[in-house]
Design a protein around this ligand. Sequence first.
Ligand code: C5P
Length: 220
Amino acid sequence: FEEGAFTGKHVVITAGPTQEAIDPVRYISNHSSGKMGYALAQAAADQGAQVTLISGPTNLPCPDRVERIQVKSAEQMLEASLQRISETDVFIASAAVADYRPSEIAEHKIKKVDGEDQMIIKLVKNPDIVATVAQHPERPFTVGFAAETQDVAQYAQAKLARKNLDMIVANDVSNTKIGFNSDNNAATVFWGSGQRELELMSKAQMASEILNCIKTQLKD
Ligand code: C5P
């Protein structure tokens, strides 16, 4: 085990999409690949951290020296996050959590109804995982992500304040060369008193740059 900048630190990372069940065979989800969160987990482990990766369903292999907890729904992801909060030094929320879930999960497969051309699924809001962690009395250093399509800086800084975060990584998802399924990313990192531009680079490089920003803020 190598000495690194994060030796002795427990870093917890959420990654991937969540799946919100409709019935035993169907769900609501999104196209998040989980690549950014897995790259962060790998980079944090490489820098000596004890890493817990709380992951929604993805096809990615678990990075070396990382403990992975696989979950499906936002509620499961929140529970896994809160379970470890008192021993967490840094919490990084990179998961694309579904904003809403079906208000109830049907016990049996929902049948289509002859003559009904529409069906309505009632949704309820999911808990905000990163905001819940950031409000906790034992809150760790808390980092969020913001995917925006316009006015990136203003929306990201508003989100930083509203969710009580220490740091936010904002990317412009109107740029199709980066983000969601891509291996590359570009972003701006904001914290209370400053910001840093991360030009287009691989998600592995971006992960280590984000960790550098965190390391600097942890020291202050
Ligand atoms: O509000 P918005 O979804 O844009 O915020 C994105 C940030 O909040 C990401 O860090 C994401 O992981 C986190 N988030 C969360 N729980 C939610 C929604 C978003 O942790 N229910």
